[in-house]
Every structure is written in C-alpha cells, then in structure tokens.
Design a protein around this ligand. Structure first.
Ligand SMILES: Nc1ncnc2c1ncn2[C@@H]1O[C@H](COP(=O)(O)OP(=O)(O)OP(=O)(O)O)[C@@H](O)[C@H]1O
Ligand SMILES: [Mg+2]
Length: 252
C-alpha cells in the first residue's frame, strides 16, 4: 500500500511508514496543542521533501496568519506557493453547499496529493448554521422519531453533514487531515463525538503542564490499513516545528 509520509520521523515510524494513501485522518486536540502546526508541517514536508502538492483549507487562521506562523519556524511557505506546490484557501463562514462545490473545483484544478481542513469543528458548525444537510437530517429525524420519542435533532444533523462531507472527501482519494477541537474534560475523540468513527484514522494531541513547563504527547488512536503503534510519544514544538521523541507513559 502506498504511504503518505509526514516527514516527521517519530510519526512516520509509529505509522509504520506514513498514512495509508487516501486515508481521512482526524487530528484531535485541545487549544494550542499543535494541530495547525502539524498540518502545516505535513504540507511543507510533502512539498519540499517529496514534491507533493498540498491544499490547506483554513476556516480559522487567514493566509497571512498561517504565513506568520510558518515564518516563525523558518518554513518557506511563500516559495512553495509560488512553485504551485502549496495552496492556501481561507473560508470565512462558509455558505452551505457552496463549500463542497468550491472544494470540488479547487481539487480538480490543483490536483493535490494532500489536503488539510483546519478546522473541521468550525466548518461543521457553520455548515449546520447555513442549513446544509437539512434534508438528510429531516429524514433521519423521522426514522429516529419512530424508534425514539426524543429525537436528538442537532446531533443527527451534525452526523448527516459529517457523513456527506467525508463521503465527498473520500471521492478524491487524497490523504486528508481534519482538525478537531477537544475539550479537556470531554471523553470522546472529537468535538462532535462522531467523526472519530467515520474517519479512517484518529491522532490525538495532548498537552500537560508540570510545574512551569509545558509538555505534549501524541498518540495514534486509530489508523485503518496500517499496523501502527498505539503508544504515547513525547511531542515538542521547537524552533523548526514539531519533533516527536521517546515513547512515554504519561497519560493526560
Ligand atoms: N515558534 C514557536 N516555537 C515554539 N513553540 C511554538 C512556536 N509557535 C507556536 N508554538 C507553540 O505551539 C502552540 C500553537 O500551536 P498550534 O497553533 O499549531 O495549535 P492548535 O492546536 O492549532 O491551536 P488552536 O486550538 O488554537 O487551533 C502555541 O501555543 C505554542 O505553545
Ligand atoms: Mg489551530
């Protein structure tokens, strides 16, 4: 099976060579755990080490903000954009169906080998507000009503949106990372509590503070089609971005 390497040694090793090509992978973690950094580094390495085109769909940070972050790590984002190896698209609160159509057009034209959606959480929230998936959700509510007197409409809507989005993304057969916010006290693996089941893989980033020092760790919780490690690894965000260290037993 063809693998899409992250270019981050510890992660590729834990993945037994990289992401299985075409997998849709959720990158879950609390605020500031390095989700966007990991995603940017995945595209930078893809372009500069492997000559693979990467598309960054951002719903939170603007292109300028992503550039500012990349500059701090010494990454030549602008150069790779100029070479048409990376494309950044910033979506302000998206307009329903329009999102999928626009992504379709961009993917067809740009032909990326890697796609980022950062963040999945704001995207599904905005799609929900704009009413995409309402039709599907309605029929699902009807089914739910016949078996359950209290339909959980919102959850069903979120589920139908996610199914549709992930089904669309799978069509491209492009390795895709989706970020999801994880609240500290929440026991699930994503903000919506559903996407961890629909996605092909889940990577969780944790942050913990001991004294005045911040530490992080990373764990591959799920990766279809890969004989991956289930261990926790130390993760550091340093001057040149993310590095993954030793196996650790610290559970957050
Ligand atoms: N140049 C740098 N050197 C070292 N650490 C950095 C540097 N830039 C950022 N960081 C660390 O990375 C963290 C932010 O990483 P990032 O934006 O990737 O997180 P995130 O999970 O995407 O956050 P959010 O939930 O806000 O989207 C910062 O909180 C900081 O601790
Ligand atoms: Mg982020």
């Amino acid at each position: 099976m063809v693998r899409t390497k992250t270019g981050i040694q510890g992660i590729d090793k834990a993945l037994d060579g990289g992401f299985p090509e075409g997998n849709i992978v959720l990158i879950s973690g609390g605020a500031g755990t390095g989700k966007s950094t990991l995603c940017t580094q995945f595209l930078i390495n893809g372009a500069s080490l492997f000559g693979e085109r990467g598309l960054y769909i951002s719903t939170e940070q603007t292109r300028e903000e992503l550039h500012r972050a990349a500059d701090k790590f010494g990454w030549k984002l602008k150069e790779l954009e100029d070479k048409s190896l990376i494309k950044i698209i910033y979506f302000d609160i998206t307009g329903g169906d329009d999102f999928l159509n626009r992504v379709d057009t961009i993917v067809e034209e740009f032909k990326p080998k890697r796609i980022i959606i950062d963040s999945m959480t704001t995207l599904t929230d905005s799609l929900m507000i704009s009413g995409i998936g309402e039709k599907e959700a309605f029929s699902m509510v009807q089914v739910a009503e016949s078996v359950n007197p209290i339909p959980r409409t919102e959850q069903i809507m979120a589920k139908s949106i996610l199914y549709r989005l992930i089904k669309e993304l799978k069509k491209y057969k492009v390795t895709t990372l989706l970020t999801s916010e994880l609240l500290e006290e929440y026991k699930g693996l994503s903000a919506d509590g559903i996407s961890e089941f629909i996605c092909d893989g889940v990577i969780v980033l944790h942050h913990l503070t001991i004294g005045t020092k911040g530490f992080g760790n990373i764990q591959i919780r799920k990766m279809r089609y890969a004989d991956h490690s289930h261990a926790l690894f130390e993760v550091m965000i340093g001057e040149r971005g993310i590095t993954v260290g030793e196996e650790t037993t610290v559970i957050t």
